[in-house]
Design a protein around this ligand. Structure first.
Ligand SMILES: NC(=O)c1ccc[n+]([C@@H]2O[C@H](COP(=O)([O-])OP(=O)(O)OC[C@H]3O[C@@H](n4cnc5c(N)ncnc54)[C@H](OP(=O)(O)O)[C@@H]3O)[C@@H](O)[C@H]2O)c1
Length: 235
């Protein structure tokens, strides 16, 4: 089954992915700043720090020269808009959620072979504009879609995953969305759908799938979306 590398392995979706991939027979290497008890092996790594990523990748690739699955999942929240979020947080969310995926891909690229997969955990927020978190996810989405094209000739699959609301420690959702609380899902559902997505050789998926029309609406009618959402925005 091969080696799977999962960033952000210590919590939430990443921890659930470690469990599911281990069940499938993969040897799972988790990368995170905190311990990752659900991974078979763990490397301390700050994905926003290029030197930290290079050192972790070097250690992993020395033990495991071929990587079957590389999952860019590490991410931090930044709730709010461009006027109110702290500037350091805007830098951190960009460095972690977008650039972190780029540095991890580049550091592990030599381990990817024909049949390997890169999975990028983006977000519905990467398809509908809403603040600095969303902007970093838009950049990560463009990275992931670009990579799907760049790696195709080498036989490396790239799967872009856009989850909606998922209840995790870093992104507590339940109790925040009123009647929409019922659409919040849990990490194991996301992990199993991602593994099914790879088995079906998908290139892009929304979890749950019915979030997809929101992305279509934003892409097809950006001016209408701006007007409608602007009317409802608080001063
Ligand atoms: N939950 C949602 O509603 C939702 C929806 C759409 C997309 N997503 C995306 O899903 C991904 C996982 O989020 P989650 O909900 O599972 O959140 P979570 O429970 O807070 O987990 C985030 C993981 O990212 C790791 N991480 C954060 N900064 C890092 C850094 N600089 N270097 C290395 N690891 C770092 C954390 O590990 P350490 O702190 O130990 O480093 C942790 O393991 C994120 O990319 C998030 O944007 C989440």
């Amino acid at each position: 089954m091969g080696v799977a590398v999962v960033t952000g392995a210590s919590s939430g979706i990443g921890a659930a992915l470690c469990q599911e991939l281990h069940k499938q027979g993969h040897l799972v290497v988790g990368l995170s700043r905190r311990e990752a008890p659900d991974a078979d092996e763990h490397e301390v790594c700050d994905v926003s720090d290029r030197a930290s990523v290079a050192a972790a990748a070097n250690r992993v690739l020395t033990r495991h020269p071929q990587i079957a699955i590389l999952i860019n999942n590490a991410g931090i929240p930044a709730r709010g808009g461009f006027s109110d979020i702290d500037e350091d947080r805007i830098e951190a969310v960009t460095a972690t959620n977008y650039l972190g995926s780029v540095w991890v891909f580049r550091a592990f690229e030599s381990g990817l072979v024909r049949g390997s997969y890169v999975v990028n955990i983006v977000s519905v927020a990467g398809t509908v504009a809403a603040g600095p978190y969303s902007a970093a996810k838009h950049a990560q989405l463009a990275f992931s879609r670009s990579l799907a094209v760049e790696l195709a000739p080498r036989g490396v699959g790239v799967l872009t995953v856009n989850p909606g609301y998922v209840e995790t420690d870093g992104f507590p959702q339940r109790g925040r969305h009123g009647i929409f609380d019922r659409i919040v899902v849990d990490p194991p559902l996301v992990a199993t759908q991602i593994i099914e997505g790879m088995a079906k050789d998908k290139r892009e998926m929304f979890i749950p799938g019915w979030y997809r029309p929101a992305a279509w609406f934003q892409a097809l009618a950006p001016a209408t979306v701006a007007r409608l959402r602007g009317r409802r925005a608080r001063p």
